[in-house]
Write a protein that binds this ligand. Structure first.
Ligand code: SME
Length: 170
């Protein structure tokens, strides 16, 4: 971690700058790195500590085409296994699409690993062939903490990971 966590809420320009800095830091830390676990751990750590509103940041790995198993994360303990049929993470994996959830209590089947979670974003990590490698899950205890800016940057990070680690298999 090389910078202070951005307070919440923050002006868009400050959020853009924070994303630029954290993405540059991730790129530097992962330069030449070919280990998938190390990459997930680094991305989870750097993202988590960049935004003060994020209380859980981590990956779930697609170990079959129906099951997600927890990977590297930051925050309180997360549930270990999530079928593609369940939760916000399962929806992201099943639909291969980002789930931007301003109010988790309005999301049918939301899985509450923490009772304090109020909003969430889950981004699929897709290989170039479209298959699911993992999902990146971020939770906040603030309502509507995520928007299109977060989706844009997190999708870009996940697309880079999906391309770089496409050969990873369960
Ligand atoms: N909220 C997620 C479960 C993962 S815990 O929040 C870390 C879901 O509904 O899939």
């Amino acid at each position: 971690m090389g910078s202070e966590a951005l307070p919440h809420p923050a002006p868009r320009r400050a959020r853009e700058q924070q994303y630029a800095e954290v993405r540059a830091r991730i790129a530097g830390l992962l330069d030449g790195e070919d280990d998938w676990t190390a990459a997930m751990a680094t991305v989870a750590c750097e993202l988590h500590h960049a935004f003060s509103a994020w209380h859980w940041t981590g990956f779930y790995r697609a170990v079959t085409d129906e099951l997600l198993v927890i990977g590297p994360y930051q925050g309180g303990h997360g549930c270990l296994r999530i079928p593609f049929s369940a939760g916000v993470c399962g929806a992201a994996a099943r639909e291969r699409a980002t789930q931007l959830v301003p109010d988790v209590h309005a999301f049918p089947g939301h899985i509450a690993c923490s009772s304090s979670t109020l909003s969430e974003i889950v981004v699929p990590v897709l290989r170039p062939d479209g298959s699911v490698l993992a999902v990146l899950d971020v939770d906040s205890d603030h309502p509507a903490a995520f928007d299109g800016l977060d989706q844009e940057h997190l999708e870009a990070i996940c697309a880079e990971l999906g391309a770089r680690f496409a050969a990873e298999r369960p």
